[in-house]
Design a binder for this molecule. Structure first.
Ligand code: MTE
Ligand code: MO
Length: 376
């Protein structure tokens, strides 16, 4: 069993697949804290978790125009200043379950929990690239390719790439992270070193990093070229052309209701609605609207959490609304609670799933709807 060396996990996680391990925190706990505790942070593994000896570990950095470097963990910790970033990671497949209810899609049935937030610590990728002799500017469209130590049966590693400009810019805040919420990286989250690419889809945040390569081409990895791309609702498995769509990088604006849960019974009177909102590319969330009547009328939620720099708002925003539920609704009537977020570029979420349906079930960010019944 190639998975026999996987680490132990928190029993409270909702497991979507055991081998490889894929799990999300229970929705009630998801947005209870701004920083997700490490043992509850969602886990998305494509392959067995590699066992890495931190003493002999080396990261290789290479590519045309630079020097080839091999860096130990000790060198990464001591040669480069430690930089800390609070960033939310979201899987492209978050909320896929809602998409597959419209029409079946291929992929893990994530509920609303394939998203979590941590304070990451590590060396800036920018500092390591400049140290290796790469320059601030690059002509044309170059990429930084990441390879993991986890490999498939044919020996191919998990891999992904990001645009060179994002990797080298000081404002991009891309990390080679060795810390998560003040602790060393847990094995499921990339021990001993992972890429953290704030504002960018989870898939590019490569764990168990073994190699960073500057290249004129995107990563040749299956997960860069033939997965994690968006398509029109009319594209099916007979017509899909993966070379025709760009790889997902920044994710669209997203929000979800974490409390109450679908099917809950709420008493008439004051109702508390809670959730999270986030947008890719460092676009902060500026507003969350909540409806208690399926989207006919709206109220504005109160936003909580840390103040974030303009254009570098990498972390989610937690929100809350207290509103009276009319006594008229108390006869066992159903309420449809809806939320939608607005980001700093005034991007909004689509109201329904069908027009954004895609065969792989990615980028599922329609208004989140939760039905509850009102009973004393
Ligand atoms: N890196 C490696 N080496 N192997 C993987 O399977 N999964 C990716 C990314 N990095 C993956 C990886 C995907 S799709 C996501 S969503 C994030 O890791 C999830 O990170 P997490 O498990 O720490 O939440
Ligand atoms: Mo993912």
């Amino acid at each position: 069993d190639p998975f026999s060396g996987d680490p132990p996990r928190h029993p409270g996680l909702r497991v979507n697949s055991q081998k490889p391990f894929n799990a999300e925190p229970p929705p009630e706990l998801l947005a209870e804290r701004f920083l997700t505790p490490n043992e509850l942070f969602f886990t998305r593994n494509h392959l067995p978790v590699p066992a890495v000896d931190p003493e002999s570990y080396q990261l290789r950095v290479e590519g045309p125009g630079g020097r080839e470097l091999c860096l130990s963990l000790e060198e990464l910790r001591t040669r480069f200043p430690k930089h800390e970033v609070t960033a939310t990671l979201q899987c492209a497949g978050n909320r896929r379950a809602e998409m597959s209810r419209v029409r079946p899609v291929k992929g893990l049935e994530w509920d609303i929990g394939a998203i979590s937030t941590a304070r990451w610590g590590g060396a800036r990728l920018r500092d390591v690239l400049l140290h290796a002799g790469f320059s601030e500017e690059r002509e044309g469209e170059w990429h930084v390719c990441f390879e993991g130590l986890d490999t498939d049966v044919g020996g191919a590693p998990y891999g992904a790439s990001i645009p060179y400009g994002k990797a080298v810019s000081a404002a991009g805040d891309v990390l080679l992270a060795y810390e998560m919420n003040g602790a060393e990286l847990p094995r499921d989250h990339g021990f001993p070193l992972r890429a953290v690419v704030p504002g960018v889809v989870g898939a590019r945040n490569v764990k168990w990093l073994r190699r960073v390569a500057v290249s004129p081409a995107e990563s040749p990895s299956h997960w860069q070229r033939n997965d994690y791309k968006g398509f029109a609702p009319c594209v099916d498995w007979d017509t899909v052309d993966y070379s025709a769509a760009p790889a997902i990088q920044e994710l669209p604006v997203q929000s979800a209701i974490t409390h109450p849960r679908p099917g809950a019974v709420v008493p008439p009177g004051e109702l508390t609605v809670k959730g999270y909102a986030w947008s890719g590319g460092g676009h902060g969330v500026v507003r969350v609207d909540v409806s208690l009547d399926g989207g006919r009328t709206w109220q504005v939620a109160r936003l909580a959490g840390e103040r974030q720099a303009l254009g570098r708002a990498w972390a989610w925003t937690l929100w809350e609304l207290q509103a009276p539920v009319a006594a008229a609704a108390a006869g066992g009537e159903e309420l449809e609670i809806v939320c939608k977020a607005v980001d700093s570029s005034y991007n909004v979420q689509p109201d329904t799933v069908a027009p954004i349906w895609n065969l792989r079930g990615v980028l599922s960010n329609a208004w989140h709807r939760v039905r509850v019944s009102v009973r004393p």
